[in-house]
Write a protein that binds this ligand. Structure first.
Ligand SMILES: [Fe+2]
Length: 203
């Protein structure tokens, strides 16, 4: 389910998450699994995203769909569960009602927030399955996940970490502790991702 690259990078990722809240893992998913998850996600029946029942209201715009069989099998696999546990410390399971396919098109965004509820999102993973960039210009701010610290940033405060979306990249972090945001995507850009949370077993 994961490549040897993922395991080799685990100490570095742990250190980076400790320092910055989030880190990006490239090359962590075997090509066949990535293809299968991408194919089923592109066929998923999308709905305009609704507020996901958190305690805070977050401004957003995106489309979502339920996880497909291949994505679910990946996220709940013993190896992924073990990897998340080693990375974040403890025993984790995917949180069903905080995990779905999310599609961002032109203008779609997710405003500054912490993942909610914290007990359901002790660890956050964003698995990028398809990323469309504009041919003639640099990736917009929206193709980056912007991350600040544990304190709510003031207006205009620059994010200390920006993780550029790439196909196959997994952004991993403490989303319920570190403030983060996805600015609007530009025309011609698109992201299809698995956006998932993990909770601690018996938390
Ligand atoms: Fe989030």
């Amino acid at each position: 389910m994961l490549t040897s690259t993922a395991w080799k990078n685990l100490p570095l990722l742990r250190e980076e998450i400790g320092r910055n809240g989030f880190a990006g893992l490239a090359g962590g998913i075997p090509a066949g699994r990535l293809r299968a998850m991408k194919a089923e996600s592109l066929q998923a029946c999308l709905q305009p995203a609704e507020s996901v029942g958190g305690r805070r209201l977050i401004a957003f715009s995106s489309s979502t769909a339920e996880l497909g069989a291949s994505a679910r099998a990946f996220l709940v696999s013993p190896e992924m569960t073990l990897f998340i546990g080693r990375l974040f410390g403890g025993e984790y399971q995917m949180t069903e009602d905080r995990s779905c396919i999310t599609v961002y098109g032109a203008g779609d965004h997710l405003a500054l927030h912490q993942d909610d509820p914290p007990e359901g999102c002790r660890a956050t993973a964003i698995v990028y399955l398809r990323v469309i960039e504009r041919a003639d210009s640099q990736p917009s701010a929206g193709l980056h996940l912007h991350v600040w610290g544990r304190a709510e940033p003031h207006a205009g405060q620059v994010a200390h970490t920006k993780i550029l979306a790439r196909e196959g990249l997994v952004a991993l972090g403490r989303g319920s502790e570190f403030w983060h945001e996805r600015p609007p995507l530009a025309v011609g850009e698109e992201i299809v991702a698995l956006t998932t949370c993990f909770h601690i077993v018996n938390d």
